[in-house]
Ligand binder design. Structure first.
Ligand SMILES: NC(=O)c1ccc[n+]([C@@H]2O[C@H](COP(=O)([O-])OP(=O)(O)OC[C@H]3O[C@@H](n4cnc5c(N)ncnc54)[C@H](OP(=O)(O)O)[C@@H]3O)[C@@H](O)[C@H]2O)c1
Length: 352
């Protein structure tokens, strides 16, 4: 019997997530009859390589979804709001990477390692969670299965690729200006002046709110009236929905760091009963989508340098709180473009 194949549209195929989506589809040999890459007019006609062939990028229009079975959206919330219903109207199932539909009670929000059963509830659209939320929950779900999760306090260290192509370019350009300045500085006494070095003027392209080269920005997405950013609230609200824990206490601080790939997170979690680090190790070792890398004596712990380009989420630095046996501290790292976006979306399509 021949295997069923699908017509798959990738919306935002020229972007950071879209390009990762294409490579994940290819690597996982997703059964594709026709691939339809869609983007803005800027990219119309541009050729992309997929499965050994060149395919032309088409402009995103409602009619581009005629005959499409699965549409993977990653072109921003405004495009999702406008075009996802058009794709559904034409018979496609949409997996959407933007935040447009995530908190819609009629739309399942899915991490396949956490709540795969939710996919069955879809009415045409399935939402892919925020990248930091996915990375964190893949690590927390196996622990929650052993002792109920009650509270999470998380600080993120998010790479610039989380802000798309333009944010990556900003870091690259700033690095170039800084290298140039370094060459000039090293000829002078001021090489010893760390403050002056840090303040060297760099290029003016500003996609992020501040300079990111040699800096950290505690500001991702827009600030809300309560002082949290939208990114931080996404981690709270989406975690509650995905875990089916509407009263889960979550407080996040999201920080952009000068790293190109992979988001890292320092997670403090309170459970209903004590879990020892040894128990946590045993649970994480057999968990789907997790690499346990916790061997500090050998300098082994997950880092973005290693986890960019990997499918699994790395978990290490597992410690019991010295003052509360029900609290564990973890260090979690995952590729924001793969597990945080493209891979998770393709896994959802595989569940379909
Ligand atoms: N980056 C991440 O880690 C991450 C993680 C999870 C979710 N997401 C979400 O995924 C989406 C894309 O993010 P990204 O990082 O890939 O951004 P990106 O690199 O800036 O890419 C944006 C994509 O959207 C397309 N696009 C923009 N305006 C369009 C329009 N008017 N009509 C059609 N296509 C249009 C662009 O096409 P052109 O090349 O033609 O401009 C490009 O393909 C966003 O909703 C983001 O929130 C991103």
């Amino acid at each position: 019997m021949s295997k069923k194949e699908f017509n798959v549209a990738v919306v935002g195929a020229t972007g950071a997530v879209g390009r990762t989506m294409l490579s994940v589809l290819e690597q996982r040999q997703f059964p594709i009859k026709n691939l339809i890459p869609l983007a803005s007019e800027r990219s119309a006609g541009k050729k992309i390589r997929f499965a050994g062939k060149e395919v032309a990028v088409q402009v995103l229009t409602p009619d581009a979804f005629e005959g499409v079975d699965i549409a993977l959206f990653s072109a921003g919330g405004a495009r999702s709001l406008e075009f996802a219903p058009e794709a559904v109207k034409r018979g496609a199932v949409v997996v959407d990477n933007s935040s447009a539909f995530r908190m819609d009670p009629t739309v399942p929000l899915v991490v396949p390692e956490v709540n795969p059963e939710a996919v069955a509830q879809h009415k045409g659209i399935i939402a892919n969670p925020n990248c930091s939320t996915i990375v964190m929950l893949v690590a927390l779900k196996p622990l929650h299965d052993a002792a109920v999760l009650e509270r999470v306090v998380v600080s993120t260290y998010q790479s610039v690729s989380g802000g798309g192509e333009k944010a990556m370019l900003q870091l690259w350009q700033e690095n170039q200006s800084l290298s140039e300045a370094w060459r000039n500085y090293s000829a002078h006494e001021s090489i010893r002046d760390a403050v002056a070095l840090q303040k060297v003027d760099v290029s003016k392209s500003q996609v992020m709110a501040q300079r990111i080269g040699y800096n950290l920005i505690p500001h991702i997405d827009v600030f809300q009236s309560d002082g949290y950013t939208k990114e931080e609230l996404k981690m709270r609200e989406e975690s509650r929905k995905i875990m089916g824990l509407p009263h889960l206490k979550v407080s996040a601080t999201c920080v952009r760091v000068p790293v190109f790939m992979a988001h890292s997170e320092s997670v403090t979690c309170t459970f209903s009963k004590s879990i020892s680090p040894q128990q946590a190790h045993a649970l994480l070792k057999k968990a789907a989508g997790v690499d346990l890398l916790d061997n500090p004596q050998e300098n082994q712990y997950p880092m973005p340098l290693v986890y960019g380009g990997r499918d699994n989420v790395g978990v290490g630095r597992v410690r019991q709180d010295p003052d509360d046996a029900n609290v564990l501290h973890l260090w979690v790292v995952g590729d924001n473009l793969r597990k945080g976006a493209a891979l998770n979306a393709v896994q959802i399509a595989e569940l379909l």
